[in-house]
Design a protein around this ligand. Structure first.
Ligand code: AP5
Length: 207
């Protein structure tokens, strides 16, 4: 099964994707994680992407679509993919169709995490990860377990507001493409994390 987790910054896409990986053996394809790895490694893609990401704007469509194609090529054909943070524009949605078709895959579901924007700033600015194991925590929702931690450079309020504006302007408008195909399921992303996971599991079990 190939699915998209769609929702604004902080909606819980990464959190829920990791749970699906553990439960279903699917692979999480997060373009945000791929770009951050490229920035850390200082690759040409990373060098181009860093300033754009720090500003909360969107990286070029061609770059992220190429990353997705490469990741799919490295996966077993039988393994399902969870697209996390991709596609984010109409051009990326079109590219994903072509990428999947050329690899004999199809898109089964788009799960929209329905959230209130006001709560998202608190979720994102309170988020941090353990510097050793990379596990995610939150100042308020999940307490810290490790000794050292780090925060993403784009997790400050001003950049979060830009990321949300980008979502409203460029990503939310792609939903009707998938609604017209009858593959969108809306899940309450404001519920407790476990409740969100159960709702997603119900949707996927019925797919
Ligand atoms: P990306 O890394 O994709 O960031 P994002 O979409 O802004 O999403 P986040 O990772 O911030 O949030 P999330 O929905 O995964 O929430 P999470 O589960 O962490 O992109 C970063 C940047 O890269 C972009 O701005 C852009 O520049 C670039 N980029 C990436 N993809 C691109 C693309 N396709 N095209 C162009 N540019 C691209 O949860 C957030 C917090 O809330 C956590 O602390 C979590 O513990 C907590 N939480 C989660 N669920 C709940 C819940 N139900 N209740 C309470 N707390 C919760």
């Amino acid at each position: 099964m190939n699915i998209i987790l769609l929702g604004p910054p902080g909606a819980g896409k990464g959190t829920q994707a990791q749970r699906l990986v553990e439960r279903r053996g699917m692979k999480q394809l997060s373009t945000g994680d791929m770009l951050r790895a490229a920035v850390r490694a200082g690759t040409p893609v990373g060098l181009k992407a860093k300033a754009v990401m720090d500003a909360g704007e969107l990286v070029f469509d061609e770059i992220v679509s190429a990353l997705i194609g490469d990741e799919l090529d490295a996966m077993p054909a039988s393994q399902g993919a969870i697209f996390d943070g991709y596609p984010r524009t109409a051009a990326q949605a079109q590219a994903l169709d072509a990428i999947l078709e050329s690899r004999g895959r199809k898109l089964d579901r788009v799960i929209e995490l329905d959230v209130g924007e006001d709560a998202l700033v608190e979720r994102i600015t309170g988020r941090f990860t353990c510097a050793t194991c990379g596990k995610g925590y939150h100042d308020k929702f999940e307490r810290r377990g490790g000794q050292e931690f780090k925060r993403r450079p784009d997790d400050n309020e001003q950049t979060v507001r830009t990321r949300m504006a980008e979502y409203r302007a460029k990503t939310a408008p792609i939903l009707p493409i998938y609604e017209a195909r009858g593959i969108v399921a809306r899940v309450d992303g404001m519920a407790e994390m476990d409740a969100v996971t159960s709702e997603i599991e119900q949707v996927l079990s019925a797919t």
